[in-house]
Design a protein around this ligand. Sequence first.
Ligand SMILES: Cc1cc2nc3c(=O)[nH]c(=O)nc-3n(C[C@H](O)[C@H](O)[C@H](O)COP(=O)(O)OP(=O)(O)OC[C@H]3O[C@@H](n4cnc5c(N)ncnc54)[C@H](O)[C@@H]3O)c2cc1C
Length: 416
Amino acid sequence: MRAQCNARVSEVETAMVGKQIAIIGGGPAGLMAAEVLSAAGHAVTVYDRMPSFGRKLLLAGKSGLNLTHAEDFEHFTRRFGVASERLRPALEAFPPEELRAWALALGTETFVGSSGRVFPMAMKASPLLRAWLSRLAAQGVAFRTRHAWIGFSASCVLFDTPEGRIKVEADATVLALGGASWPRLGSVGEWVPSLRQIGVPVTDFRPANCGFDVAWSAIFSERHAGAPVKSVIATSPAGRIPGEFVVTASGIEGSLVYAHAASLRDSLERGQVADLLLDLAPGRSERNLAVDLARQDGKASFSTRLRKGARIDGVKAALLREGLPDVGRFGPGQLAAAIKALPIPLLRPRPIAEAISSAGGVGWDGIDNGYMLLARPGVFVAGEMLDWEAPTGGYLLTACLATGRAAARGVGAWLG
Ligand SMILES: Cc1cc2nc3c(=O)[nH]c(=O)nc-3n(C[C@H](O)[C@H](O)[C@H](O)COP(=O)(O)OP(=O)(O)OC[C@H]3O[C@@H](n4cnc5c(N)ncnc54)[C@H](O)[C@@H]3O)c2cc1C
């Protein structure tokens, strides 16, 4: 079989224990697998279809790089929905405090923000990624860019490269090909047919941590696109969650929307109504609002009564008018009720290409506890290409890094 391949992962002869390992996908999951396997003495090469590694990690750094979360670990492990139990051993082996120690060893000191989210002091990813790639190179990891994995041929892995198609021989392979959001950063989900073809169960990708379309009127969209809606509480089947979001030309997006996104997306997929219910005045009771609104001068304009009686103006007042066109004629009680529970009817999630992450991917029934594909022994999977999802808050990167480690340990155990 081996004679069919026209290259080995590495020409370097490894020590007795060392094997040839191909890691395909140079994002956080793949790089973490490379770290563990090269430290164990294997000859590791990381391949990526893009001209450089870790592009999505770098983009995540643009919004501060939320590496992990400092909440109670039990709570933390339950953030991954139905995949929580399967992910638990990987998370236990690489919990948030260990992730912070790992980042510190790479020169990235972290801090816990007010919401419990953990960020690098530098609030960006480039110093961490630079130090990580240097450390991996010093550990003997080889890197190949512009190598797009297209499948298997007998025991070899196949790549399309600028020099043409090549077959590479490896003792074990880790696929860390990412999900399907932000395809211009490299993760395009093109691997799905190749894995399905060899019998790997793969659930269709869906947007996660995404925005939604809303049927705004042209005038509302024109005037308020880009406006932040701060200090509100939003309710959906996901619960009652405080935070803020942004009005866009076509709908809504932002951290508070992402926190509700999975349950709202699921409702829409089931053909159900998906309303995000807004409390525009979280600090005040409905009764208290009604009393204050009733005290306002009946001859004053609606905007003035709303501003003076409920301290609501700007985009929040516009949301009320947009959702309830005759709100100006509401009495104090009805207006107070609308302020405390304004429904925003959602049409559909924004396309997956715009989502922070994706749901779907390789099914848990297609891998063993060492993250090896049952349909292809010797091939392991890690990161966002697995079928799990989580809200924003550092859960995504933590699980990608943790499953990268778990898959590497699976490789080690399989190679004996
Ligand atoms: C705007 C944005 C902000 C984010 N912010 C955060 C945050 O603050 N905190 C957080 O926890 N998460 C964040 N995320 C999510 C996080 O970045 C991802 O979950 C994480 O990068 C996924 O890691 P991965 O290694 O599984 O995949 P990726 O990072 O997507 O890496 C996969 C790699 O595989 C390569 N690849 C794909 N197909 C092939 C192929 N056929 N052949 C060769 N190579 C291939 C790709 O080029 C890519 O380099 C953010 C995401 C986005 C889009």
